[in-house]
Write a protein that binds this ligand. Structure first.
Ligand code: SF4
Ligand code: FES
Length: 378
């Protein structure tokens, strides 16, 4: 099936380098080195192509995108191409002059990540001492420059009990929006499942806190909530459906239907170094692999929800079922769903240390736990 619509959003992971070491990082276990990154001129060409293809929003991400000294050039190129420019940053490298330069280059919006509301815990989770204080300072610079801020709070067992304080901190920092997103378990997070998985009680508590805060803070703070589908009835329509709305370009130009698609074995990703972006969106085998519904197996194939959630998340199906074509085990109709629940509870009761994200040679990458089917067959 070929693309019927243009993509709306482009996630540009302009570098995998990062001063933080979050154990839930969604970057690949094998990170791209600085020497392989596209330069500013190549990105400018790609951004022009993206706008021509119909992309409206650019999300500049990483790693840590502010590590690139040419970030202002990229922002200006995106703005020149008519894109809305959002920067997704940990904020630890943002001082006042840099913020003002980025604003002058055309930056529209900033998503600032928080690891926790407690300083010691935040620094421990991010693996960067002093990081939390730098984020608070960055928020002040952003506010002074008049840039709208969304706080990104990735939540898990080790910070969920302080969710009320995270909401209060987002307000104090002058954010207009807070995204509370439960950890998505693939890549580094999958390897850290036993350290991060929340208990069902924590998940219930978080839901109640968010519902109450939404009502109390109406008109002051918008709260988006990405629920943990390990404990849900149906999965999320991940990426709005594979190859339907968004695309991701990695630091070296490889282009993927989602930021975790590298976890799916057997997919090869075309690069903007070799192919026009339009061709990749419309024809690349990786984009075609799970587009539409023809690829589905049962129970998705005959399910009335198949064009609502598109069978859930392909990366989660790969990680958990060992097969990216399988029904996402987060779905209650998946034959693996009960095992997933049992495993989530087991992980939530395990006190495992973090495996921090690091640039590691291939032979020293962390081992991910086995897929459910493999566990079942053992
Ligand atoms: Fe969605 Fe497939 Fe579950 Fe139906 S069976 S609800 S299409 S994941
Ligand atoms: Fe890749 Fe869901 S994260 S499809």
């Amino acid at each position: 099936m070929t693309a019927s619509n243009p993509p709306i959003g482009l996630l540009a992971e302009i570098t995998h380098r990062c001063p933080l070491r979050c154990p839930y990082c969604s970057n690949p276990l094998e990170l791209t080195r600085a020497e392989a990154e596209l330069d500013a001129a190549a990105w400018a060409r790609v951004l022009e192509d993206a706008a021509g293809l119909g992309v409206l929003q650019l999300h500049l991400s990483g790693g840590e995108p502010t590590l690139r000294p040419d970030l202002e050039e990229l922002v200006a190129a995106a703005r020149g191409a008519g894109l809305y420019v959002n920067l997704i940053t940990a904020g630890v490298l943002l001082d006042g002059p840099r913020v003002r330069r980025l604003k002058a280059a055309g930056l529209d919006h900033v998503q600032l990540s928080l690891q926790d509301s407690d300083v010691d815990s935040a620094d421990r989770i991010g693996g960067f001492k002093g990081g939390h204080a730098k984020k608070l300072a960055a928020a002040r610079h952003l506010r002074e420059a008049g840039l709208p801020i969304t706080i990104n709070a990735v939540v898990h067992r080790q910070n969920l009990d302080r969710i009320e304080r995270t909401v209060a901190l987002a307000l104090d920092l002058g954010a207009h929006r807070l995204e509370v997103a439960h950890t998505q378990y693939y890549g580094w997070a999958f390897a850290n499942r036993a350290a991060l998985m929340p208990t069902p009680e924590q998940v219930d508590h978080a839901r109640r806190v968010v519902d109450r805060a939404r009502a109390d803070l109406r008109g002051r703070l918008v709260i988006d909530y990405v629920a943990p589908d390990y404990y849900a009835k149906y999965p999320k329509p991940c990426m709005g459906g594979w190859g339907r709305q968004v695309l991701t370009i990695g630091p070296d130009g490889r282009t993927m239907p989602c930021h975790a698609a590298h976890t799916i074995k057997g997919l090869a990703f075309d690069s903007v170094k070799d192919r026009p972006l339009r061709w990749i969106w419309q024809n690349s085998p990786a984009f075609e692999a799970f587009r539409g519904t023809d690829w589905m197996q049962e129970p998705c194939r005959s399910c009335p929800r198949k064009e609502i959630d598109f069978g859930g998340c392909r990366c989660q199906a790969m990680a958990l079922a060992g097969d990216a074509r399988a029904t996402d085990p987060a779905c209650s109709l998946s034959p693996l769903h009960a095992r997933l629940h049992a495993l989530a509870r087991e992980d939530a009761a395990t006190d495992a240390p973090f495996t921090y994200r690091r640039m590691l040679p291939k032979d020293r990458l962390p081992e991910a736990p086995p897929a459910l089917r493999a566990v079942e067959d053992a």
